[in-house]
Design a protein around this ligand. Structure first.
Ligand SMILES: *Cc1c(COP(=O)(O)O)cnc(C)c1O
Length: 408
């Protein structure tokens, strides 16, 4: 059954709709699968927590043995709160100030720098703090084996062509580079494409003598549609392991191989349960309007991403073709021309792959409350975030007196 063996309709009864539900067994399965795919001596998974930052999910991953990848000082603080040790926290921000990096330094976490300006400033202010650097390998991996070299205009990372400059800076400041990192954002659908990017990174790594780790970022893909291809982690793991071990031998030391998956670990664990408010027929479409919108799940509108939608109230009804839309005063379409078992008003729909970048990207647009979050663990359901209330919407608003009638 969906939602970890607990009846999803019962969860809606208990916690109302809409709700995000996370099945911890799936996170565990994904973590273990990834961990066992790599045979290097020192291997580390740093969960990219921006995918889903509920503190209970962070704790679960910590218990499983994961490190954590944070992109803001607030994520670092959440990680500390969840009990991660500073050396298991990697701070990988983009375009932040030296002040924010210094705050992270205060916690003793690992720092990964993505531009030469901050590298210099760090070198002047903290020459004794080892840092990692984020490299932009300028590799663009498409959906097939074709490789095109692109991403020249990406805001992320330090270009591989700027390594001579980086080497000059660290020579002048005396700082130590302890890690080399990349995160291209592309999907690893073909191991060979990724190995090509890895080769570029390892080429750069050779020139830095004090490394303790090489971090290949993420790109692990999970299936969204029923016949989707996902990353073959076992095949990929085998190939990377062989190449990495060979590199370490030549380098003269065992380095830690790090990956920082977000989606791979949590996407499939999540279900988003919503209620159908209105079924509406127009000359061109049959709409199902739900009690949610782009304020709760923005990926379909933002990235054109596909989330499978099921009618769990009537799983065996006659399939009809629906366009599923939200209640926000924008065109917030979740899916067009979806074959879904006949929907009646009041039915509960389930969105799949709702673990990564769903709740974490939710907002209060249209002054709506963000949904509750529920975690299912070993057959029990736990409320792990309350639904918001009017107080949450009002909390930081400051009503100034000058707008009272008498003073205008
Ligand atoms: C977002 C992010 C990731 C995770 O990407 P996924 O596609 O969710 O696996 C990893 N590393 C960094 C630096 C990121 O910003």
């Amino acid at each position: 059954m969906l939602t970890g063996g607990v009846d999803p309709l019962q969860l809606v009864e208990e916690f109302d709709s809409p709700i995000y539900v996370y099945d911890t067994a799936i996170i565990k399965r994904q973590f273990k699968r990834m961990k066992s795919a790599f045979g290097v001596k020192q291997f580390k998974i740093n969960y990219a927590c921006k995918a889903l930052t509920n503190i209970n999910i962070l704790k679960l991953l910590r218990e499983l043995g994961s490190g954590i990848d944070c992109v803001s000082i607030q994520e670092v603080q959440l990680a500390i709160h969840a009990g991660f040790k500073p050396h298991d926290i990697m701070f990988t921000p983009n375009g932040v100030s030296l002040e924010e990096i210094e705050l992270a330094l205060g916690y003793g976490v690992r720092i990964n720098i993505d531009n030469i300006s901050i590298l210099e400033q760090m070198g002047h202010a903290h020459p004794n703090v080892p840092v990692g650097i984020r490299i932009n390998p300028h590799v663009f991996a498409g959906g097939n084996a074709k490789i095109s070299v692109g991403h020249i205009d990406s805001k992320f990372g330090i270009s591989i062509h700027q390594m001579p400059h980086v080497l000059k800076v660290i020579e002048a400041t005396g700082q130590t580079i302890d890690g080399i990192h990349m995160h291209t954002g592309s999907d690893i659908l073909d191991s060979d494409v990724f190995l090509y990017a890895a080769e570029i990174l390892l080429n750069v790594a050779r020139d830095f003598k004090d490394l303790t780790y090489v971090d290949f970022g993420s790109g692990f893909k999970v299936p969204y549609k029923q016949n989707d291809i996902s990353t073959d982690v076992e095949d990929f793991g085998e190939k990377i392991t062989a190449r990495f071990n060979e590199f370490c031998e030549k380098y003269g030391r065992d380095l830690t191989l790090i990956f920082e998956p977000g989606k791979y670990l949590v996407s499939e664990s999540g279900y988003f349960l919503v209620k159908v408010n209105v079924v509406k027929s127009t000359p061109a479409s049959l709409f199902a309007g739900i009690d949610s919108g782009m304020n709760h799940l923005i990926r379909p509108m933002f990235y054109d991403s596909y989330h499978r939608i099921e009618n769990i109230s009537q799983p065996n009804g006659r399939p009809r073709i629906y366009t599923v839309v939200g209640y926000i005063c924008e065109t917030d379409t979740f899916g067009v021309n979806r074959k879904i078992s006949e929907i009646r008003e009041g039915d509960i729909l389930c969105f799949h792959n709702a673990g990564a970048y769903c709740f974490s990207m939710a907002s209060n647009y249209n002054s709506r409350f963000r949904p509750a979050e529920v975690m299912v663990h070993e057959g029990e359901a736990y409320l792990i975030r309350k639904r918001e209330t009017m107080d949450d919407l009002m909390r930081n608003q400051v009503e100034v007196k000058i707008l009272e009638k008498a003073t205008i």
